[in-house]
Write a protein that binds this ligand. Structure first.
Ligand code: F0G
Length: 458
């Protein structure tokens, strides 16, 4: 029997949530064109849309907020964050940004020229879009096992080293402004990358003198997986593992809304002095002066405190095992998920769960709609709504390999009974699965359509 870890905190401030009536849920979905992004959050009972910016801050983070120094330049809060950055990441320079994609945008706009390539294990969609926006081509070179959803592989986010070296030789070093890796691999199921693989990736990038950047949103969760699964790291602290990881890179960016457990924030960190000067100038244009980026002094304080809290071992043990608990319970029902479960989310294989709904009728959309209509739960479709597109030459629809629904778990927010409720709703849906129907698009913009598309039930 799966065991839910007891929370390593108690609750002293509460936010009421409510399951609105079935009639209200039906009406909310009609108003939203059956797109969960358009449903008001107040009408959602358990919100698993994302783990980004949705975590609960600690008493120490709220206390730190009161100590925020709001000076325009050289605020005390900046120096506090700088000391934390040096301790964990160890890069020579960093700038705060308002969130992860702002850091990606600045890095991409400086480094990427049209016709160049950026390899990674898998780029997250904002990274992908920022590279394309500069005329570059993002390339995903994760190991093939990443696509075998039921196979247990301890580090399913690893880069395929053979593919990476072949790719560099084929495209030419001069056409690769930087290389990346995403830890954990959000686009591929929240899967971790081993230290051995990070070290080997670094060795390849360094051999070809390609600057190596880490997308480190969920670095602390990745550190915990290394501690649990990789030989030689059981007695290391997550902080020590983080220090080793970043010692192999030339820079990193982070959406701090994940593992730093803040509601807003991010950074771009690096070692190259000339690049730092260019980054600072771009930052001044878009985000703000380099000692605050797009953030208030109080945000820098919450971030400085949260970066260490995200690395605490009892917190990480609770966090990773909460996700594993939900995954085990869902599997017991018979619902297929990506295995092993990642750190921050469970990815349900809706295509296999609802085989009577063809890809053209969006099985993932059908499952997200069912989760809300049956139980007021909000997840996100990661399937044909997000990725299907017409082939530019033939005009024929190209469908993604998998029709997934992601249930992302906010940090320190929901208790075991909330998680059991989610499992019970899924059980109800599973029992009635043949009764669910697909959906038809009634409005679909050309780019990033999942945010604003509208549907009709079939
Ligand atoms: N990189 C990764 C791996 C991410 O997961 C995200 C955001 C970003 C970059 C961009 O950061 O949102 O602060 O601008 N992921 C969120 C999610 C949105 O729901 O997975 P951001």
């Amino acid at each position: 029997m799966p065991i839910h870890p007891a929370e390593p905190f108690r609750i002293k401030s509460v936010e009421p949530i409510k399951l609105v009536s079935k009639e209200e849920r039906i009406q909310a979905m009609k108003n939203a064109g059956y797109n969960l992004f358009a449903v008001p959050a107040e009408d959602v009972y358990i919100d698993l849309l994302t783990d980004s910016g949705t975590g609960a801050m600690s008493q120490n983070q709220w206390a730190a907020i009161m100590q925020g120094d709001e000076s325009y330049a050289g605020a005390r809060s900046y120096y506090r964050l700088k000391a934390v950055m040096e301790k964990i990441f160890g890069f020579k320079y960093f700038v705060p940004t308002h969130q992860g994609r702002a850091a990606e945008n600045i890095l991409a706009s400086i480094m990427i020229k049209p016709g160049t390539y950026v390899p990674s294990n898998m780029h997250f969609d904002t990274t992908d879009a920022n590279i394309r926006a500069q005329g570059g081509s993002p390339e995903n070179l994760v190991i093939d096992d990443a696509f075998d959803i039921e196979k247990y592989v301890p580090f399913k986010g690893n880069m395929d080293l053979v593919k990476l070296e072949q790719f560099i030789n084929e495209k030419g070093v001069e056409n690769i402004p930087f290389g990346a890796i995403t830890i954990t691999n959000n686009a591929g199921g929240g899967q971790p990358i081993s230290l051995e693989n990070i070290k080997a990736v670094s060795k390849i990038y360094r051999k070809y003198k390609i600057p190596f950047f880490i997308d480190s949103c969920r670095f602390a969760e990745n550190c915990y997986f290394i501690k649990m699964r990789e030989k030689g790291y059981a007695s290391h602290t997550p902080l020590e593992i983080a220090q080793e990881i970043f010692s192999y890179a030339d820079g990193a960016w982070m959406s701090a809304k994940k593992d730093a457990i803040v509601n807003i924030g991010g950074f771009l960190a690096l070692n190259d002095e000339k690049l730092f000067q260019e980054v600072s100038n771009a930052l001044i244009l878009r985000e703000g002066f380099p000692t605050y980026g797009g953030l208030a002094g109080r945000d820098l304080e919450a971030l400085a405190t949260g970066l260490f809290e995200g690395l605490e071992e009892d917190y990480l043990a609770y966090r990773i095992n909460q996700t594993a608990y939900v995954a085990e319970k869902i599997k017991e029902i018979g619902i297929p998920i990506i295995e092993p479960p990642g750190g921050h989310a469970i990815y349900i294989d809706a295509g296999t769960m609802l085989p009577h709904i063809p890809q053209s009728e969006f099985p993932g959309q059908a499952l997200t709609a069912a989760l809300y209509l049956v139980g007021g739960i909000r997840g996100v479709e990661i399937g044909s709504v997000m990725f299907a597109h017409p082939d530019p030459e033939t005009g024929e629809m190209v469908y993604p390999k998998l029709e997934l629904v992601r249930l992302a778990i906010p940090r320190r927010v929901y208790t075991q009974s909330h998680m059991d409720y989610v499992v019970n709703v899924l059980k109800k849906i599973y029992e009635q699965r043949v009764s669910f129907r697909g959906y038809k698009l009634t409005y679909s913009p050309d780019l990033l359509r999942h945010f604003t598309a509208r549907f009709k039930p079939l």
